[in-house]
Ligand binder design. Sequence first.
Ligand SMILES: NC(=O)C1=CN([C@@H]2O[C@H](COP(=O)(O)OP(=O)(O)OC[C@H]3O[C@@H](n4cnc5c(N)ncnc54)[C@H](O)[C@@H]3O)[C@@H](O)[C@H]2O)[C@@H](O)CC1
Ligand SMILES: [K+]
Length: 516
Amino acid sequence: MRVVTASEMYAIDRYTIQQIGMSEESLMENAGQAVATVLLERIQPAQRVAVLAGTGNNGGDGFVVARVLKSYGYTTDLWLIPPKEKVKGAAKKALEIYENSGYEVKNYIGNEKEFIEQLRHYDVIIDALLGIGINGALRSPYKEIIEKVNEAKELVVYAIDVPSGIPADGGAVETAIQADVTITIQYPKLSAYTFPTADYYGELIVVDIGIPPLSLEKNAEFRRLWSEAAVARTLPVRKRSSHKGTYGKGLVIGGSRNMTGAVIMTAKAALRSGAGLLTMAVPDDVYPVVATHIPEVMYHPCSSLNGCFAGEIDLITLDVDAIAAGPGMGRTMGAKSVVQKVLCQDVPVVLDADALYFWNDYVSIIRERTEATILTPHPGEMARMLGVSIDDVERDRFGIAKQFAMSNGVYLVLKGPYTIVTTPDGKQYVNTSGNPALAKGGSGDVLTGIILAFIMQHDNIQEAICNAVFVHGKAADALVEKEHSPMDVLATDVIEAIPQTLFSLYKKGASYQKQR
Ligand SMILES: NC(=O)C1=CN([C@@H]2O[C@H](COP(=O)(O)OP(=O)(O)OC[C@H]3O[C@@H](n4cnc5c(N)ncnc54)[C@H](O)[C@@H]3O)[C@@H](O)[C@H]2O)[C@@H](O)CC1
Ligand SMILES: [K+]
């Protein structure tokens, strides 16, 4: 499933109309019919429905929906919010068809009191007020209407395309429909995967209105959801002839006197995710503590200074296939020197947490690297690396991630709900697993371990990273689906949920794997 911006969606519509030859009216009819099909399955015949329609094409979709619901015998009122003469183009045509079918329009203007009075008697609201064409702050009377609908908590609200009032590409929200379900037309918009806008969507359903894939290919950048099916299809298959070396010799670098747990979690997660051989490089001051935790790893104690890395690490002797550096390593000059040495190795490198702290000192080395560099910042780290505010990052997660990954030639994993993986050539993949249980210290350390293990086992780095991000989120989902609340989950619980998550993904993927 691809994800689009509002301007891409307009370009796709234009191309479909002008180059492919479908009429705007038929697209609107398809949109309304597709939305109505979903509604007919969900709304009970006894429920009273109100369709609230605005001036634009979103309102046009609403006219089609109202007509279909009425023709199926549903008790449906169509409230037209603007004066009728403001409705233009395809929407005007859809309104004419509605009226020619013998159905009545209720005008909001002049009947404001009746509207408020009636609102109490409806069970279902179809929000066709505003779509992706919203411009600037909400104007009257939309603002008041939306506030009234949101106040009526017992109403079930279905939004068409986007919840009215939210910016389609994401950003700050002042007033917007709080939908229970949003039925999006053809492709989800960015705002479904950024916050705070995503919170207004409720359940998201995407309906196909018959726009040919060519219109998408010609008019939209590559941005897609990475779903469970994609993971199941691309998880690596272990060959019977394999041995421990087949799955890579990984190195995890981290730890300091104040933080010994992070690097332990990274290493455990890597082992649970299939790393063949794993070595942990830690400051020798903390080695005795760390070494008691994981019997399966080898150790490479490094010289310490005040409980942190002094700066030396013998990477030549270690001879590894991939490295993850950062968890708990501290923000010292010694740590910086270790990371710089790591970046000079010709193997894929994952940098997380403290290894991102001296970003500006690594940029030039990273741009010269030929092997993959994978950075996994959360929004706070990303903001710091760019010298902007966290709000700036959240407002434009997709744009900022793409610019950053392309200009530095890195794989960027911008964490958060709906983590975005961006490749050095600018392709973007939105993760669909995970829940607020992951909003806890240690989650990132676990993810780093899974990524390290996966890049050693997949042939394709993008698939490795996307699958790792998915498995991490899915493990947390599995916990809250069974015996955990979102509050009590620990990062170590997530590690212990990796086996069942992989087990179920492999089962689902078995049919795909056979076909390969
Ligand atoms: N071919 C197409 O273009 C298709 C469009 N579709 C629908 O059309 C929608 C986009 O249509 P439009 O471009 O007409 O945009 P909208 O339907 O979002 O409405 C834009 C209109 O809303 C009003 N408006 C804008 N900003 C406002 C504000 N801040 N406060 C109050 N009123 C405001 C203006 O009158 C403006 O003309 C999509 O979301 C989708 O629902 C679908 O019918 C499928 C086909
Ligand atoms: K809407």
